[in-house]
Design a protein around this ligand. Structure first.
Ligand SMILES: Nc1ncnc2c1ncn2[C@@H]1O[C@H](COP(=O)(O)OP(=O)(O)OP(=O)(O)O)[C@@H](O)[C@H]1O
Length: 358
C-alpha cells in the first residue's frame, strides 16, 4: 500500500501542494520551519483524522482560512482508492472515499495503516501507559476485525459506569451493567495479550539488531490482578471506585512494559537507545502486519538523523529498505541522508511551504 499522489490545501504553511510520490522512499529536505513536519502531519491526519502535534485542529488550518483539505490516491496491488478529508473551522469533518460521502475516519484508517517516528515519539517508552495501549490497539485495529466495535463499546460502558457511580450507593444497581462490561474487558484483554505475544519475536529480532548490547524484555499487564475475574474486582472495589469517582482497575489501565537487563528502559537507556527501541517497536509492528495480513504500512520519519550516530542511521535505513514499505523521511540537509541509498526514491526540497521535486 502506498500513496501515489497527495494534494494539500491550507494545512499549516502548506497553502497548495500537489505531489507525485514514490512508492519507495520520499525525502523531504528543508530548513527549520520550512514545512517538512507539516507534510508528515498532513499524511498522518489523512490516516487518523487527527494530528500527532496539536489537539486543537483549528490551529492546523492555515491562518485566516476557513478549512483545510487533504486528498490522496492510494494504491495497493491492483487496487486504487481516492480518499479525501476536509476539516472546517466550525468543526465539521468530511471524509470521502472514491467520491462518496458518509465514510468514517475508521474507514480511512483501515485503508492507510501507518507508523510514525518523531523525536516526540519517545513518549511510547517514557510517557504514560496510554501511549503503549495505543500501540497495542493500533495492531488490534488492523489485525482483529471485531476490535474497533468492542473497544468503542467498552469505552462507552466505562463512561456510563463512572457516571452511575455518583448516583448509586448499592452495588446491585450497577451489577447488571457490569456484566456486559466484564465480557468486553475479558475479550479486549485477551486480544491484547495474544497480540503482544505474537509481536514478541519480531520485537526481539529487531532489538537484537538495533541494540545488541541490551537484553530487552517485554511484558503485558491487563489492568487488574492476573488470573482474577474482572467481575469480582469490580464488585470488591465498588466502595473505593465510588469514593474516587471512577473505575480504577480494568483494561483502561493496561500497559505494555519494556525492560533492559531487568530495569525499566526509561530509567536506564540513553536518548539514542530509546529512539532505536522506539524505531524497533514501530518496525516490528509494521512488519508483523505485512507477515500476517500481507499489507504494507507507510512509515513517516521526522528528523531522521536526530539522536542517531552514523552506524545506527545505516541500520535503520537498511531495515526500512528491506521492509519494502513506502517511507517519508525529513532532514535538514542532504548530508543527513547519506546512509540512505535506496534504489527507488524521490527527493523534495521544502522551502517556506513550497515543495518541489529535486
Ligand atoms: N496554522 C498555521 N498556519 C500557517 N502557518 C503555520 C500554522 N501553524 C504553524 N505554522 C508555521 O508552519 C511552519 C512549518 O513548520 P514545520 O513544523 O512543518 O517545520 P519543519 O520544516 O518541520 O521544521 P523543523 O526542521 O524546525 O522541525 C512553521 O513556520 C510554523 O510557524
Amino acid at each position: 500500500m502506498a500513496l501515489s499522489r497527495l494534494l494539500i490545501e491550507h494545512f499549516r504553511n502548506l497553502t497548495a501542494v500537489d505531489l507525485e510520490l514514490d512508492h519507495g522512499f520520499n525525502f523531504l529536505v528543508g530548513a527549520n520551519g520550512s514545512g517538512k513536519t507539516s507534510l508528515l502531519e498532513a499524511i498522518f491526519y489523512l490516516g487518523h483524522g487527527r494530528s500527532f502535534k496539536s489537539a486543537v485542529t483549528n490551529r492546523i488550518i492555515s491562518y485566516e482560512q476557513p478549512h483545510f483539505l487533504l486528498h490522496g490516491r492510494i494504491q495497493e496491488q491492483q487496487h486504487q482508492w481516492s480518499v479525501g478529508l476536509q476539516k472546517l473551522r466550525q468543526g465539521n469533518t468530511i471524509v470521502k472515499i472514491n467520491g462518496e460521502d458518509g465514510n468514517k475516519i475508521a474507514d480511512l484508517a483501515h485503508l492507510l495503516p501507518m507508523q510514525i517516528i518523531t523525536p516526540e515519539g519517545l513518549t511510547l517508552l517514557n510517557g504514560g501507559p496510554s501511549y503503549r495501549r495505543a500501540f497495542l490497539d493500533w495492531g488490534l485495529f488492523h489485525h482483529q476485525s471485531g476490535f474497533h466495535t468492542a473497544w468503542s463499546n467498552l469505552h462507552r460502558l466505562l463512561k456510563q459506569r463512572n457516571a452511575a457511580l455518583f448516583q448509586t450507593s448499592n452495588y446491585q444497581a450497577l451489577k447488571i451493567w457490569d456484566m456486559e462490561l466484564v465480557k468486553l474487558a475479558h475479550q479486549v484483554s485477551q486480544w491484547r495479550e495474544n497480540y503482544a505475544e505474537a509481536l514478541r519475536p519480531e520485537i526481539e529480532k529487531t532489538c537484537a539488531q538495533f541494540l545488541p548490547e541490551l537484553e530487552i524484555q517485554v511484558s503485558f499487564h491487563q489492568g487488574w490482578e492476573k488470573e482474577a475475574d474482572y467481575g469480582d474486582i469490580l464488585m470488591r472495589n465498588f466502595e473505593r471506585d465510588k469514593a474516587i469517582g471512577y473505575t480504577l482497575s480494568g483494561p483502561q489501565k493496561a500497559d505494555f512494559r519494556f525492560k533492559a537487563n531487568g530495569l525499566p528502559v526509561e530509567d536506564v537507556l540513553s536518548r539514542g537507545q530509546l529512539k532505536l527501541l522506539m524505531c524497533a517497536l514501530r518496525l516490528a509492528q509494521g512488519e508483523h502486519l505485512m507477515a500476517q495480513k500481507n499489507r504494507h504500512c507507510i512509515f513517516l520519519i521526522d528528523d531522521f538523523a536526530s539522536e542517531l550516530d552514523e552506524t545506527k542511521r545505516g541500520l535503520l535505513a537498511e531495515r526500512l529498505q528491506s521492509s519494502g514499505s513506502q517511507v517519508f523521511v525529513s532532514a535538514i540537509t542532504h548530508e543527513q541522508l547519506t546512509q540512505m541509498q535506496p534504489k527507488k526514491h524521490r527527493t523534495f526540497c521544502v522551502n517556506n511551504g513550497n515543495i518541489m521535486p529535486v
